[in-house]
Ligand binder design. Sequence first.
Ligand code: PMP
Length: 301
Amino acid sequence: MNVYLNGKILPVGEARVSVLDHGFLYGDGVYETMRVYGGVVFMLEEHLGRLERSASMIGLALPKSPDGIKNAVYETLEANGLKDAYLRVTVSRGEGAVGLDPDLCQVPTFFIYAGRLKPYPRRFHEEGIRLSIVNVRRNCKEALDPEIKSLNFLNNILAKIESKRAGADEALMLNREGFLAEGTVSNIFFVSGEGENALCTPSVSCGILKGITRDVVIGLAGRLDMKVEEGEFTPGDLYSAREVFITSTIMEVLPVSGIDGKKNFSVGGVTKLLMAEYRKEAASYVRDTKAAGPSIWGFSE
Ligand code: PMP
């Protein structure tokens, strides 16, 4: 496997980052995870936009232009011969003397990793995943805004540890006020059990990462004339839901089969429809990107 590190493609075993890198010492940096379908990075512009926003929210200037990053991304995919892949772009503050001051670091570290996608157990798609609502609360926006996709993931890791102990596949965190926030690496949706079938999801103001898959799903639901409600929801709303699913770039749309053993769900019609529509959306994005020509799609057949 080959990786891209600071302008060079290297075998992964030869890629080295300093022990004084502030990404390693302090989690000081940002990243994006993307999914590659048929050689095309899905929603690349949106991911690069979020990378830029995350970087600017921590006062970090990206070491490359968006086009420079795109070229590096496709170079990395080509160096690995990968067409269906997991792709991660990481930018850390860089190497510097010990101390929190970002000015100790002159040059950001820029790293791209592309790997084969590990398939999830079939159960995840066919029956759904088990969620646990954990005690660990999502970082509050005033402390470390979840909209920053930073290298500092301890909040989510603590939630993950708790959900694993509870025998669940993913944790669901509440915000400080006790409203639903998000998973450790996913956003949450449910079909309201009350009245008409509204698709509900916590609003960004609840303190969540504004997931790119979340945005795609909200767009699809709108096109399908579903009523979408972004707002503040409680665990009680979730327990009385008809269907629950989570979204992420890597997981796409995955049904939820149960929450803390208190409530079980079967894979419902809205979830099945959105799972299928999401796949179609990705396929049409790949077709359109390829049709737009090699200036955007740099990967030769
Ligand atoms: N929330 C968190 C905390 C995440 O890490 C992720 C994964 N990036 C998501 C939500 C889902 O975001 P996306 O759909 O952009 O992958």
